[in-house]
Ligand binder design. Sequence first.
Ligand code: ATP
Ligand code: MG
Length: 577
Amino acid sequence: MRMSSLFAPTLREDPAEAETISHKLMLRAGMIRKVAAGIYNFLPLGYRVIKKIEQIIREEMDAKGGQELFMPALQPAELWKKSGRWDVYGPELMRLKDRNGREFCLGPTHEEIITTLVAENVKSYRELPLLLYQIQTKFRDEIRPRFGVMRAREFLMKDLYSFDRDEEGMNKSYEAMYDAYCRVFKRCGLVFKIVEADPGAIGGTGSHEFMVLAKTGEEEIIYCDDCNYAANTNQASSIVTDIDFSLGEEEKPLEKVHTPNAKSIEEVAAFLGVDKRRTIKTLFYEAIYSKDEWEIVAALIRGDYEVNETKLKNYLGCLHLNLAKEEEIAKVAPGKVGFVGPVNLRGVRIISDPTVQKIKNAVVGAGEEDYHFINANPGRDFNLGEVVDIRLAKAGDRCVRCGAELKVTRGIEVGHIFKLGHKYSKAMEAKFVDSDGKEKYYYMGCYGIGVGRTMAAAIEQNHDEDGIVWPMSIAPYHVIVIPVEYSNGEQMRVATEIYDELKKRGVEVVLDDRDERPGVKFKDADLIGFPLRVTVGEALKDGKVELRWRKTKETKLYPIERIVDVVVSEIEKELKP
Ligand code: ATP
Ligand code: MG
């Protein structure tokens, strides 16, 4: 490819709309352009990266016996009603009607379609296991589309679905995909962590997320360096080291004290001169189970921790969990909203974190403005209700597996794998005949990779102040050849010869044949992030050209006749699995 005809409109300045490095650099390097919020064009350079990531994914899916197919984005509502997700999925689902008023959606995922397809066409255990995948456009009306293609409303996903005879088979398929995912992300040059995740709306019995570590990641991860434990914060378990710090104390009498202007836990603890760990927070939630079934729940947690709403929601088994409104709280907890503590609760379901169970002589709200109780004791002054881990783990807690101290980092979720079990096969009536002649539901799994998000994550991890530093495996081109002086006929001739020879050898190469100042050409080359640059300039008088490594910025001179071999071997070295 000649740079003069390449459609890669680069930008000198950081676009104002972009918050993250990857978004900025993809715009500046002319790889993407925005059409509307969360909707993007991929330009030729960007699309080459996408195709490379897709190819790596294909190879790894195929290696595990995956078969590629292609399903429609446009999906009839009936299938979603059958699975029950038409009502559950919420506003993220893009819904539309055809000319006859029939309802459809643009698929955010494809469990409904594929389960129907397999149910109608696979009848016997002999045809299992079946691993089917596609790389296809998904639509999700994200509440906050942002970070460019990282959280888009239209995006490319690889989604694979496994169909097995029994649980053991499903576990095998899951392990195969787990392994394939490790290989995919390693080949894309990414540093990642695998975390235990919350199965969320898709549901099921086991799930892992593949997280690319990056400061800008939307997800918080808790991990242990000693063993390999890692989990999303919203899912993590942890051991609280000082859970019994007050356990040996005598119970003192409950007493109401004046705490003027002290509202937050920090203010109350500071005013009373007590440790935050001696305070208890009471939060009220509205748990919605169905259209007409809901309840108010009080959650009690020690003052230095936060309630993990995912854990609470999973424990309650509700569809939605929101903070309760004032008027609802007033019905179950007499007193001034915002000052209500567990002592005031009447006839409301209470869920307490174990940290609350162990506190002696705690500080809690007294239900009156500017008043608190001191020396409140569980069992004596208030009910604990159901004691369940509803705590948001935090750095400094101990690992549940090995006891070492946990740390916190941030990550970008690039892949997600789920064991679905019978969730969809039951809902969609998807059965096969087993060897004993009985009809059984498939054991399913589903496995997604965000292709655009993987590209963005790769940039978050591989860039410097000058631009992108592509790993060789997913670089849009391997090498750029730059003649320094456009008007120097000899430089141009040699550069073109090297370019032609590299092309012949199967190297993906760009020749910068533009009539531009050398500085402009070098800047663009660094911005776009070609892993290798061959510069044809001054040294030509000694029969030499320069090779420069984008990553290290190291340069070396090579005789003209050797440069092609060197470049080819450098590329091969890096592409070796
Ligand atoms: P998130 O928690 O980030 O919204 P998710 O759990 O909804 O992700 P899945 O349904 O598991 O995502 O989708 C599989 C993969 O698709 C994700 O791991 C991610 O790489 C990608 N993905 C999901 N939503 C988006 C999006 N809005 N834009 C780009 N990629 C996405
Ligand atoms: Mg999502």
